[in-house]
Write a protein that binds this ligand. Structure first.
Ligand SMILES: [Zn+2]
Length: 169
């Protein structure tokens, strides 16, 4: 008989400070408006992306969650506090109707630019460009991207969405 060893919990693994995509707080919370699960964001993300006016109304920037649901107007929430595009100093590209629809804030890739490339060449170099620049000069997702995290998943999704959109009559 073999005994099945329980999987090791990776809780002891601490995020390396130099890795931009691994510093987000753990755990998820339900958005009070759309009820989808949202990821936590660091105070420094809000510090860079909220308007001064919004920051002045908050006692602290800790413990907020980021709602990425396109049709939900909530950008960040914490308990009863809800922050929307009005409180942001950047356009939240993943929300419905956002112009420009920025998907990569570090290297400035927008859905508009990806669409243009796909229309002109049938392909886009967004992902390879972002990956190359992540190596050098490196990214700052945690202070530039409203999600506080890596954009690659969002960029991949955006490319697929636009490809589908261009194929349909
Ligand atoms: Zn929401």
């Amino acid at each position: 008989m073999f005994s099945i060893k329980p999987k090791d919990h990776p809780e002891s693994c601490t995020a390396d400070a130099h890795h931009c995509c691994s510093t987000q707080p753990k755990g998820k919370m339900e958005c009070p408006v759309c009820h989808k699960k949202a990821k936590g964001v660091l105070a420094k993300t809000l510090k860079h992306l909220l308007t001064d006016k919004a920051k002045a109304t908050l006692s602290s920037l800790d413990g907020f969650y980021y709602c990425k649901t396109p049709f939900c107007e909530v950008v960040y929430f914490r308990d009863e506090t809800v922050l929307t595009q009005k409180e942001m100093s950047v356009i939240v590209g993943l929300k419905e109707g956002a112009v420009p629809a920025t998907v990569c804030y570090c290297f400035n890739w927008t859905k508009e630019k990806i669409r243009e490339e796909l229309q002109a060449n049938g392909k886009t170099k967004a992902l390879e460009d972002i990956k190359a620049k992540m190596e050098d000069p490196g990214c700052s997702c945690e202070i530039l991207n409203p999600s506080g995290g890596c954009c690659l998943g969002d960029v991949g999704k955006a490319i697929k969405e636009i490809e589908k959109e261009l194929l349909s009559p």
